[in-house]
Design a protein around this ligand. Sequence first.
Ligand code: SAH
Length: 248
Amino acid sequence: MSSAFRAAVRTVLVLAVAAAAACRGAEGRGAMQDRPAIERARMVAEQIQARGVRDPRVLAAMRDVPRHRFVPAAQETEAYEDRPLSIGHDQTISQPYIVALMTELLRPQADDRALETGTGSGYQAAILSRLVSHVYTIEIVEPLARDAERRLTTLGYANVTVRAGDGYAGWPEAAPFDVIVVTAAPDHVPPPLVAQLKPGGRLVIPVGSMFGVQELRLIEKDATGQIHTRTVAPVAFVPLRRLGLALP
Ligand code: SAH
């Protein structure tokens, strides 16, 4: 083989390897960008639809909201797994199925005003914000409230208002609400939340002790103001804390 021929072969090989690497790079980047959306589609099919959640608007919101942006960076790769994850300050972001179930139970309507007690990461608030006109959400751990507010703003969820405080008392200035969701468990249903529910409104809340079984309840206020309660499922939430009261 002449040295010129060998050099030409080497050049072609180098170009081929470079082209292959470039292709892989492009594919790799594409796959990286699509991966969260693919993981969300699988999460919805396998964890949420498979367990009976049917509301198409809820399923669409669960497919759209980037859950991996609501968990600490070190846990991004676990964001779409079938379990709650730690978000710091001894708190957790709920399992995707539980978020979907609670949201479906609320039967959110496009012009509803919603209240959440227990902002945590802001994920449940982001899901709800896709389905109602405005979400008011209260978080008792101030740094969590600040982080959630920043995160929701960065991600473009403009119809969410976050406040640091004790959500047991609800948000009287913004009441009444069509839907209220509580994502930490008190040992009784806070009367202020029931009071701030509109006639026709829905309240979804885990109730029980920190150590015993908690039950997820759907509480509805009918047009005449009567309260109807249904127990939906056993659940495990962090306890609802009270400002100025000893922790359980
Ligand atoms: N909905 C959250 C997860 C909630 S974890 C999410 O999507 O990420 C429960 C949260 O409730 C915790 O962040 C906890 O600090 C908060 N919390 C507990 N007691 C509270 C209270 N009295 N008022 C407001 N938030 C409270």
